[in-house]
Design a protein around this ligand. Structure first.
Ligand SMILES: Cc1cc2nc3c(=O)[nH]c(=O)nc-3n(C[C@H](O)[C@H](O)[C@H](O)COP(=O)(O)O)c2cc1C
Length: 177
């Protein structure tokens, strides 16, 4: 299978993961603005990366616009955000609210810890985050929203790479028969 990485983020966390993935899997990557239907022709495996802002995947519009095309390919989605594995229900909600039922079941989804450096945010994003922190009841999450966080780690890609590799290099999969 031929694979490609399509990604979109805002402050570099998603891009960093896309770059690490590209070098680990030897795949090229495209920002979403360049990921036209023509650019995707000939690729069977599409690895899509997106960060999350106020419950929405940055890439959700592109996913919607390319739904038919994506439904015909093997799709892996990595979501870079602040929602951690302890918040399973919130993670499930993100998938449910952002992925069309047509591709939801067949897409393998990975959550990756993101990065939020408050001083580097735009004024609007800083205000949105501040409002979120004011409304948040959980003191741990409130502190994270007020102070930012950095959970980026290349090792977090290990599971995704393990899933993608057999599609890209089926000859490396040892036969059990
Ligand atoms: C204004 C704002 C809103 C955010 N909303 C969410 C959210 O709803 N859920 C979540 O899990 N993370 C949320 N995050 C965290 C980002 O998804 C996280 O910082 C991510 O790593 C950003 O990646 P990027 O630099 O590639 O855009 C938010 C961050 C900011 C600044």
């Amino acid at each position: 299978m031929k694979g490609i990485i399509i990604y979109q983020g805002k402050y570099g966390a998603t891009e960093q993961y896309a770059q690490w993935l590209g070098s680990s899997l030897h795949l090229s990557s495209l920002k979403v603005k360049d990921a036209t239907a023509d650019a995707l022709a000939g690729y069977d495996l599409v690895i899509v990366g997106s960060s999350v802002y106020v419950g929405k995947l940055v890439i959700r519009k592109w996913l919607r616009q390319n739904l038919g095309l994506l439904a015909s390919k093997k799709l892996i989605l990595f979501i870079v955000c602040g929602t951690t594995a302890e918040d399973k229900i919130q993670q499930q909600q993100l998938v449910h609210n952002n992925l069309d039922p047509l591709i939801r079941k067949s897409t393998k989804v990975f959550f990756l810890p993101g990065r939020c450096i408050v001083a580097k945010l735009s004024l609007i994003d800083r205000l949105v985050l501040k409002m979120g922190a004011m409304l948040e009841k959980d003191p741990r999450k409130k502190a994270v929203m007020n102070n930012g966080f950095d959970g980026i780690d290349q090792k977090c890609l290990d599971n995704l790479i393990e899933v993608a590799e057999p599609f890209l290099n089926p000859e490396l999969v040892t036969s059990t028969q």
